[in-house]
Design a protein around this ligand. Structure first.
Ligand code: 4AD
Ligand code: MG
Length: 454
C-alpha cells in the first residue's frame, strides 16, 4: 500500500502535490464547511492535521468516522496557516478501513489512568504515552546493539530452555510435557528437569571463551512472587561477557554502556522524552543530561554499608556487613547520597552466587551492582571464578554436585582465563529513561503474578 509516514511528512522540506497517509483518527472536529481530522500513525508522537472540505468525495467517504477509526487520506501537503504545526494535508480522497463505535471504544479523548490502560494492553499502543514508551524501547535496543557492535562484541543467542539454575535462587518456571501429577522426571521430554532460563550467563561464558567478547539480549523468566513495581516474571536482559577482563574492565563497560544509551535517546527520542518530562516525571530531561556531566560514583560494599549506617535515615531493614542491600538502601545511595548512578563492588561472598570470583580477603567476591536513582539495581555482574579448585570447592560448599556443572567446570580445565560479565535489566533501563515508575508500563504485555491476559 503506497503511503508516507507522518514522521516523514512532518519533516518535509517542501509542499507536495500528492501525499497518502494511513492512520487512526485521534480527534475529529466539525467546523463550518469542513472538518479537521487529527491523524496518528504511530511513527511519531505528533498527529497530522488533515482538512476535509464539505461537499467533497473525501467528506462523503469520511461519513461519521470518528476517534479510533482507521483511514487512508490522500491529498496535498501544504504549509499550515494554523499554530502548532508546520504542515497540514488538504484531503482529496479518503477511505475508511475500519470504524470504531464511539459508544464502546475505550480510548476517549480524556487522560486515562495507567491501571485502566493495563486492562486494555491491546489498545494502549494507540495512546501518546504508550506509543512514546514503545518507540523509546525500540530506540534503546538499537543503542545497545550499536554500542556492542562498535566495541566488536558478537551477539549470541543463549537457550531459553535450560536444565541449570544459574542464579541458584530456585525461582524458576518448570517446563514439562508430562501429565499433571507425574513424578518420574526421566520420562520427561528432555529426560531430565527443564526450566525457562533465569540468565544466559553460563552459556555466554562458554561463548566468550571462544569468541572473546559476546553479548546476549533476550527474554528471561523468574517465578519470584514479588509483586513490586520493579519485578516482572518475564523481562529482557542484556548480558555481555568478556574474556581476558577483570572487574575494573567490567565497571568501565557498564558505565560506558549506560552513558551511550542515555546519549542516544536524548538525541533520537527528543519529542517522546519531552512528553515524559512534561506529564510523567518533571525534571527527567535535566536528570538524564546531568548523568552525562560527571563520572558515576564507585564505592566498595564496605563503604556503602558505612554510608548507610552513618546516615541519619531510618530504614525498614537494618544494614550491617553481610546483609544484602534492599531497594530502600540502593535508592538512598544513588538518589540522595550520590545523586547519580553508583557502582558498588566487592560484596560479601555469602550473599552472592557461586560463580563469582573470590577476593584475597576471603570475605568478598569481585561482584558489582550499578544502582541508579528512583530504581535501585539496574545492573548486576561479576568477574567469574576462573580457578578450577576454587570453583569446585565453592560448589561443594553450597551442597551442590560438581558433576552437574561438568561443562562449566571444563571451561576452567581447558584454557581458563580471567573473564567477567554482567546482566542489565532492559525494563529497568527503560524506567530510568522514561521516568515510568511501574515495570508493567514499559513492557507491551507484562507478565506478573496473577496476570497473563494478553
Ligand atoms: O542481578 P541478576 O540476578 O544477575 C544475573 O542474573 C547474572 N547472571 C547476570 C550476569 O552476570 N550475566 O539480574 C541482572 C539484572 C538486575 O540487575 C535487574 O536489572 C534485572 O536483571 N532483573 C529484573 N528485571 C525485572 N524483573 C525482574 N524480576 C528482575 N530480576 C532481575
Ligand atoms: Mg542482582
Amino acid at each position: 500500500m503506497e503511503r508516507t509516514l507522518i514522521l516523514d511528512a512532518l519533516n518535509a522540506t517542501a509542499a507536495q502535490e500528492h501525499i497518502t497517509l494511513c492512520g487512526w483518527i485521534r480527534t475529529r472536529r466539525d467546523a463550518k464547511g469542513f472538518c479537521f481530522v487529527e491523524l496518528n500513525d504511530g511513527s511519531c508522537l505528533a498527529n497530522m492535521q488533515c482538512i476535509v472540505d464539505e461537499g467533497t468525495e473525501a467528506h462523503a467517504a469520511l461519513g461519521d468516522a470518528n476517534t479510533g477509526a482507521a483511514v487512508q487520506i490522500e491529498g496535498e501537503l501544504v504549509a499550515s496557516p494554523g499554530k502548532g504545526q508546520r504542515w497540514e494535508v488538504r484531503a482529496r480522497a479518503l477511505r475508511v478501513f475500519g470504524l470504531a463505535d464511539p459508544e464502546s471504544f475505550p480510548l476517549q479523548k480524556k487522560r486515562h489512568s495507567d491501571e485502566f490502560l493495563r486492562g486494555i494492553a491491546h489498545l494502549r499502543p494507540r495512546t501518546n504515552k504508550f506509543g512514546a514508551a514503545f518507540r523509546i524501547r525500540s530506540e534503546t535496543a538499537r543503542a545497545v546493539h550499536d554500542f556492542f557492535h562498535a566495541r566488536r562484541f558478537a551477539l549470541v543467542h543463549t537457550p531459553v530452555l535450560t536444565g541449570a539454575d544459574c542464579e541458584g535462587a530456585g525461582e524458576m518456571f518448570r517446563v514439562t510435557t508430562l501429565p499433571v501429577g507425574a513424578t518420574d522426571q526421566t520420562a520427561d521430554f528432555f529426560n531430565r528437569q527443564c526450566n525457562l532460563t533465569v540468565s544466559g550467563q553460563l552459556e555466554a561464558e562458554a561463548l566468550a571463551l571462544g569468541l572473546g567478547r559476546v553479548y546476549s539480549f533476550g527474554p528471561t523468566f523468574r517465578a519470584e512472587n514479588s509483586n513490586t513495581p520493579r519485578h516482572a516474571a518475564e523481562f529482557w536482559m542484556i548480558e555481555p561477557e568478556m574474556a581476558f577482563a577483570d572487574l575494573d574492565d567490567l565497571m568501565e563497560l557498564s558505565e560506558s554502556l549506560t552513558r551511550h544509551v542515555v546519549e542516544h535517546v536524548l538525541l533520537h527520542c527528543e519529542a517522546d522524552l519531552k512528553l515524559f518530562d512534561s506529564f510523567v516525571d518533571k525534571g527527567l530531561l535535566e536528570r538524564l543530561r546531568a548523568m552525562l556531566n560527571r563520572p558515576f560514583a564507585r564505592i566498595s560494599y564496605t563503604e556503602a554499608v558505612a554510608i548507610l549506617t552513618d546516615c541519619d535515615r531510618e530504614f525498614t531493614y537494618p544494614v550491617a556487613f553481610g546483609t544484602d542491600l534492599q531497594t530502600e538502601h540502593e535508592r538512598y545511595l544513588a538518589e540522595e547520597h550520590f545523586q547519580r548512578p553508583v557502582i558498588v563492588y566487592n560484596y560479601p561472598r555469602e550473599i552472592k552466587a557461586f560463580y563469582m570470583r573470590a577476593n584475597d580477603d576471603g570475605e568478598t567476591v569481585a561482584a558489582m551492582d550499578m544502582l541508579v536513582p528512583r530504581i535501585g539495581e539496574l545492573i548486576g555482574g561479576s568477574q567469574r571464578e576462573e580457578r578450577l579448585d576454587r570453583l569446585t570447592a565453592r560448589i561443594l560448599e553450597l551442597g551442590q554436585e560438581p558433576e552437574d556443572y561438568w561443562w562449566y567446570l571444563d571451561l576452567r580445565r581447558f584454557g581458563s582465563v580471567p573473564h567477567a560479565g554482567f546482566g542489565l535489566g532492559f525494563e529497568r533501563l527503560l524506567m530510568m529513561l522514561t521516568g515510568i515508575t511501574n515495570i508493567r508500563d514499559v513492557l507491551p504485555f507484562p507478565r506478573t503474578p496473577g496476570s497473563l491476559e494478553f
